[in-house]
Design a protein around this ligand. Sequence first.
Ligand code: ARG
Length: 590
Amino acid sequence: MRIGLDALKQFNAGEKIMTTLQNQIEKICITAFTASDFDTKFAVVRESDRPDLTDFQCNGALAVAKSQKRNPMEVAQEVVTHMSGNELFDVDIAKPGFLNFRVREDALMAHLAKVAGDPRSLVPLAEPGQKFLVDYGGPNVAKEMHVGHLRSSIIGQALKTILRFAGHEADGDVHLGDWGLQMGQVICYVEDHAPEYLDSETALPISMTDLQVWYPAASGLSKTDEAFRDRARAATQALQAGQNDYYNLWTRIRDASVESLKRDYDWLGVDFEFWFGESRYQAALEPLVKSLTESGVAELDDGAVIIRTSDDGKLPPLIMQNSNGGFGYGATDVATLQERAEDPNLNTVLYVVDARQSMHFKQVFSAAEQAGLFANLSAEHCAFGTVNGTDGKPFKTRAGGTMRLADLITMMSDAVRSRLDEANSVDANAREFVAAQIAKAAIKFGELSHDREKDYVFNVDQFAQFEGKTGPYIQYTCVRIGTLLANAQKDGLKPSSPKELGEGGRALTLALDAFPAALARTVTSRKPNFVANHAYRLAECTNGFYQKNRVLSAGVSPQEASSRLGVLNAARQQLVLCLELMGIDVPEQM
Ligand code: ARG
């Protein structure tokens, strides 16, 4: 099931009444600091480090005391005098001067009802929204996607979705690697081993199966055979110069690749507004280099055209054109930015690309800055680390080769299917479909719950578990509550606004309240792990509440049952939203 995120745009949680408990407390705190004549920058309220004792805390009295050389207990006392009369919380002072806030039970329940009534879970719409372009995916034509492409695709898609939900405009560009040396390699291989495909008249159709043979063989030859390597380089240049038969072959290779890429992306739920590729910029390269040379941004250096970077000599210059006249990856990225800068509404380009390319992006951004492309535009490299296997080394096949994305997907699907077969809890005719939904959740959550800048271990068995910090666990929580709600409905019971918090209800409400902040953190840091980790925390609290509060049992009154259903319904609603932001479906059964 899906919510349809676009529909949520019409709801705007707004600032006035619909704000988080944390924000409301902070506001009261700011007023109290102002009334005491203390600097309000110290009035920061955060979740308590000791949730067993209190809900929120403010450490600002300590900072004020330090800056004014006063006793922190006295400072805290003074702040507290200005908080009397509020109906939201009780406040205590803990040594040596912490302000501890405990939200009153009726205020918590009223807040829970508010969250439940807002399909955006109190996340405000950004005003004004910005326009983003997310450059992600970045697969290379003729080559198969490998495990590294998973990171870019899943993080990029999640960022795009989350930015849109936050009220921004965001498009995705796959930025295909369709113009590099691998094209010349495959062309030369075809020339030697399957020349009939070069005949532009017959134009034999090409399939991914052909490419699966051609590309690895061609790439292997390039490593061992120097003459082949030179020919491949020359063929790449001839292709870029528009040689007819090569161009014709290239078009068919590209089409076959794109078709297969679209299939994989479709399975993953990854989509792009633009299927542009490096080849798109071929015609722009020469004029760009010419004008940058004329304006003095680029210069000739030993037969090549380079742009010196603005980083006091530590960063090598960006090569725009090599001494043979060829243009490389760097020049293409500058030309791409030139086109992107033409959109007057575009504010920011996010490059979701491997951290190993960080020098490349520093060079490109420096060149673009000097070329005047960043007058109204900014660009960021949202780098990610390596996917490792359980041995802690980059994830490889058993034979030591690169792990193909397709194989990884199969491994995960197999692991999930055998779990489902074992549990026998899903109807046989739905099992394949549900297994795919769970496998995707396992892969995506495994990815998104980690800080993108760090490496992580892709653990098929662990990611597929229905318990612990996994995608399937969060799905399972939603399914379980969904089933409970459906069964209750059959008994004529509907969720109501909560009349009692119940055991675990406080922790659950506070978890729900933390969502807007987690979302905002993802937006500013461009790191989906804040939303992913929030979802896990919420799932934990939801299960905790579910286990401790009976709903459909003897001795539970209809009022009590409805109230508990109200709490669980609010939790489920936000969980489903979090999953949708991560591109994860909630199965009908599990
Ligand atoms: N095709 C590149 C690779 O596989 C990634 C492209 C990233 N995007 C960009 N604009 N450079 O490494």
